[in-house]
Write a protein that binds this ligand. Structure first.
Ligand code: NAD
Ligand code: UD1
Length: 335
């Protein structure tokens, strides 16, 4: 397939791009580099040894986007582009609605104008809000608790309404993406202080930060620390390829959980990382972070059945891959 990849210079997009090219697809990346890296694209080119196009533009720029569609004539879109920081979305909600909702609207208009009828969208487990039960299945109520989550739900709603008459949309509700490419050449490179756990732990291990603040140790979990379903970035990338393959046989709109079905606590993740890095990870136990829940775990059965996909890698694999990346690239992509 000819696949247009929005946000392909970002963390998940760049890793998926490499697997996409390895699977024999052609790709055109559209990214405004607001949170992505030119160097990630350079490395994707080296790793895949394949050519792909790149257009440095905002997906809200209808003219540039239209030119990209006209020139490349994609069969499908993988839509990663968007803003993703929960805290920032509370401070700047309109920026999130503008980018995530407005950006997708612009993208769907371009798809319609150029007869492109297939899209796979990066949704998030955040659409469920506070869990009423675990594991979270797709029938769980959708009650996002912050503007970021609202934008993901709005885009899902938009896709549901857009789909039909040959148009197919699949929203993948990612749980917690972690890890890096096995080569150690690509990985996650957060700008500023990492919000998420594994990149923070990685920076402690490499000595860029002194210690991890563990947010809460009195939760109702095995060891009192928060529990999440961490999905290896390579498994996540493969879920996108599986979605592209399955799209024509799925319902017009599908929303599927992408997780492992197993939980890992903060303490377990820190232990796995310390083992992978052969270094101690200093931790301070502090109070819970506002908005956090004790546990989230995916029920991934629908994705397994409908996409013929399953997660194969675990938290030890992800910790080793992350450390491989972090130790070889202490300053990330260095941009
Ligand atoms: P990322 O920030 O690394 O990648 C997003 C990319 O999109 C960046 O390269 C950025 O420059 C680009 N971008 C943003 N707005 C754009 C615009 N208007 N036009 C063109 N390019 C634009 O984030 P990521 O972790 O790779 O996440 C990818 C997607 O997956 C996002 O939609 C995110 O909300 C979603 N998601 C991420 C996680 C996670 O934990 N990383 C979890 C669930 C869902
Ligand atoms: C966060 C987002 C969520 C998003 C998800 C994946 C919030 C409130 N939620 O969730 O919307 O879908 O990332 O991108 O931001 N932790 C620490 N110390 C740290 C960082 C995290 O102890 O420095 C703990 C957290 O309390 C949590 C676990 O580690 O128990 C995972 O945290 P994180 O990586 O931020 O993911 P989520 O909390 O699931």
């Amino acid at each position: 397939m000819r696949v247009l990849v929005t946000g392909g210079a970002g963390y998940i997009g760049s890793h998926t791009l490499v697997e996409l090219l390895a699977d024999g697809h052609e790709a055109l990346v559209v990214d405004n580099l607001s949170n992505g890296f030119q160097e990630a694209l350079n490395r994707a080119k080296q790793l895949s040894n394949k050519h792909f196009g790149f257009i440095d533009c905002d997906i809200r720029d209808a003219v540039s986007l239209g030119k990209a569609f006209a020139a490349f004539k994609p069969d499908a879109v993988l839509h990663f582009a968007g803003l993703k920081a929960v805290g920032e979305s509370v401070e700047k909600p309109l920026a999130y609605y503008d980018n995530n909702v407005g950006g997708t609207l612009s993208l769907l208009r371009a798809m319609d104008a150029h007869g492109c009828q297939r899209i796979v969208f990066s949704s998030s487990a955040t659409v469920y809000g506070t869990p009423h039960y675990l594991p979270l299945d797709e029938a769980h109520p959708l009650e996002p608790v912050n503007p970021y989550g609202q934008t993901k739900l709005m885009v899902e709603t938009m896709l549901r309404d857009w789909a039909g008459d040959g148009r197919k949309a699949c929203a993948l509700r990612y749980f917690n993406p972690v890890g890096a490419h096995e080569s150690g050449r690509m990985g996650e490179d957060p700008r500023g202080i990492p919000n998420n756990l594994m990149p923070y732990v990685a920076q402690v291990a490499i000595g860029r930060r002194d210690a991890l603040n563990v947010f809460g140790n009195d939760y109702d979990t095995r060891d009192g620390t928060g529990e999440r379903d961490y999905i290896h970035i390579t498994d996540l990338a493969h879920a996108h390829l599986a979605s592209l393959r399955a799209l024509d046989d799925l319902a017009d709109f599908e929303a599927l959980n992408i997780g492992t079905g197993a939980g890992t606590t903060v303490k377990e993740l820190v232990d796995a990382y310390a083992q992978a890095a052969g270094r101690e990870i200093k931790c301070y136990y502090v109070g819970p972070r506002a908005g956090d829940v004790a546990s989230t775990i995916a029920c991934p059965k629908q994705a397994q059945a409908k996409l013929d996909w399953t997660a194969r890698l675990n938290i030890d694999d992800a910790s080793r891959a992350s450390w491989h990346w972090q130790s070889q690239n202490p300053e990330g992509y260095g941009e």
